[in-house]
Design a protein around this ligand. Structure first.
Ligand code: PLP
Length: 395
């Protein structure tokens, strides 16, 4: 009999981490691989944030803290929601975890019963379905079309809601497509959700600050009828280049927040005390570098989208957020090229052209691939040349 639990057998390791690992191995074997698979900014954490962490260490903030966040950090989060999203929360409506990932995981563990459905628009962030499965729930994947900008429409949402629906996950701007939902698009979905009366919404806003072309970020808790049913997750990983510090947070109804804290109290306890002190500075300190970095990302996005659309057989939408693009490689698949699937495409691209990207099917939509452009322009230029030569060699 296997020692491994049945719940673990339901899930698979993260495919994005697998690609990053493969690229690392090839590099170690002497190959000049360019990795466009990783989901983290290439910038460093700003100095004022690092200094706050050093001060915390020197001041002895090195002990256990309150399980779901220090009062200082919760206060900074309450102020962030007020300042940036015009949302009012009290500190007992806030929870802090070891990355947004842990907050989401705890939320599902705290709320899902066997058979409860979670609507996940595809393409999705790879961890959503597996987290739902691990918690005993049922992912209900709803494929979103390229013609709709890979976004969920009200019509599709209405069709997907059943008696068993517990949550809808919304992620804007999105990983893997970079698509951001406009206020109007969110309000259209909200109409369906207000009518449904019971569906809860998990809004993953982790890419809130990485946006372009005057995109106005709007989060669904701002629709007042839905605020009580919405858990808004955010974090410092992407906006403040703090992926390694592991601080994420959420705001929502007191009962869910308390339940999340209960799980945390019996699993990891508080997130790192030093990282929490750093996150206070991230939220309360200068925000100037956010726009500067977004401008650098925008330049890369424009370059990558233009380069991809110049390659025969590839087409790519121009997204308004995050640091990903999700081009189609459908025209290059087929018997002629001996590439049946997007997985064949990315494997051959890595093998022949030394560029690591992630297949669309890992995100729930076949025929595409994800490029993370959170890397230097120099590397992006070489990578785009290599992708072009590879695709041309196919026809
Ligand atoms: N949500 C999305 C859409 C992500 O892409 C990520 C990280 O890649 C996370 C949540 C989790 O971020 P973290 O755990 O670093 O806060």
């Amino acid at each position: 009999m296997s020692i491994i639990s049945d719940s673990l057998k339901r899930i698979k390791p993260s495919p994005t981490i697998a690609v990053t690992q493969k690229a690392r191995e090839l590099r170690a074997a002497g190959k000049d691989v360019i990795g466009l698979g990783a989901g983290e900014p290439d910038f460093d954490t700003p100095d004022n944030i690092k200094d706050a962490a050093i001060k915390a260490i020197k001041d002895g903030e090195t002990k256990y803290t309150a399980v779901d966040g220090t009062p200082e950090l919760k206060k900074a989060i309450v102020e962030k929601f007020k300042r940036e999203n015009n949302l009012d929360y009290s500190t007992d409506q806030i929870t802090v975890g070891t990355g947004g990932k842990q907050v989401l995981y705890n939320a599902f563990m705290a709320t899902l019963n066997k058979g409860d459905e979670v609507i996940i628009p595809a393409p999705f962030w790879v961890s959503y379905p597996d987290m739902v499965l691990l918690a005993g729930g049922k992912p209900k994947i709803v494929k979103c079309d390229e013609k709709d900008g890979f976004k969920l429409t009200a019509k599709k949402l209405k069709k997907a809601i059943s008696k068993k629906t517990k949550w809808l996950i919304l992620n804007s701007p999105s990983n893997p497509t970079g698509a951001g939902y406009s206020k109007g698009e969110i309000e259209d979905l909200a109409k369906v959700l207000v009518k449904s009366k019971k569906v809860h919404i998990l809004s993953d806003d982790i890419y809130e600050h990485i946006k372009y072309d005057h995109f106005n970020f709007f989060t669904i808790a701002q629709v007042s009828e839905l605020k009580d049913r919405t858990l808004t997750m955010n974090g410092v990983s992407k906006s403040y280049a703090m992926t390694g510090w592991r601080i994420g947070y959420a705001a929502g109804s007191k009962d869910i927040i308390k339940a999340i804290g209960k799980i945390q109290s019996q699993s990891t306890s508080n997130p790192s005390s030093v990282s929490q002190a750093a996150a206070v500075e991230a939220l309360n300190g200068t925000q100037d570098f956010i726009d500067e970095r977004s401008n650098a990302f925008k330049e890369r996005r424009d370059f990558v989208v233009k380069s991809l659309n110049n390659i025969k057989g590839i087409s790519c939408l121009k997204p308004n957020g995050a640091f990903y693009v999700f081009p189609s490689c459908k025209k290059l698949l087929g018997k002629k090229n001996k590439l049946k699937t997007d997985t064949d495409f990315v494997e051959k691209l890595l093998e022949k052209a030394n560029v690591a990207v992630v297949q669309g099917s890992a995100f729930g939509l076949d025929g595409y691939f994800r490029i993370s452009y959170a890397t230097s322009m120099e590397k992006l230029k070489v990578a785009m040349d290599r992708i072009k030569s590879f695709c041309e060699s196919l026809s």
